[in-house]
Design a protein around this ligand. Sequence first.
Ligand SMILES: [Zn+2]
Length: 220
Amino acid sequence: MSKYLIKGASIFGSYSHNFKKPSICPYCHISIDVQKKKKNEHSFNGHQLFIATCKCTACRKNFFFACEYDSGKTDYDPIIYPAVEFVPYSNDTLKAISPRFIDIYNQALQSEFHNNLELAAIGYRSALEILVKDYAINELKKDPEEVRSKKLYDAIEIYLNQDGLFKTADVVRILGNDHTHYDRKYPQYDFGLLKCYMDIFLKNIEALYLINHPPVSRTL
Ligand SMILES: [Zn+2]
């Protein structure tokens, strides 16, 4: 989830370029196109400083941001008060399959939160391997020794024999591996694509688990 939206700076006055607007509420952490309550701009040393108070459209709480503006550049990240803090990921369904996956996935998410995308990509690939193997052991009841000995490439092929699962897991594996290589084979595919397929894979695994463990069923 991107922390910022690229918006036209004309909302602050007669400026023709863009600036980064915070897109995550520091209170409820929901992604928003925030409403500005009050805004102002100040000039200093030939630069402009945009400042605004905002109201979150989800939780209705107020927060503040300030952003340096330089014509034609959008590489200045705004400061936000209060600061957006990392919120650990939790998912009871995936935790039931693999508590270790939740731990590693959170480490990858923290790397992404701090913009360490190379480490995050490697972390997502590691989290994928743990989840695939724990899924095979705990859900498919495969022999743990056999599963542990498998390379991720083979584990995906053998244990995820559904088309959608197989293909999405392979995208994360291939792009995650690519971040561990000195020369990347697929530099044209960015981190966002890896993350997108990771999300699809997790939803598929969660759906499979829920289908296999219905809370109620028909009585015969
Ligand atoms: Zn909020």
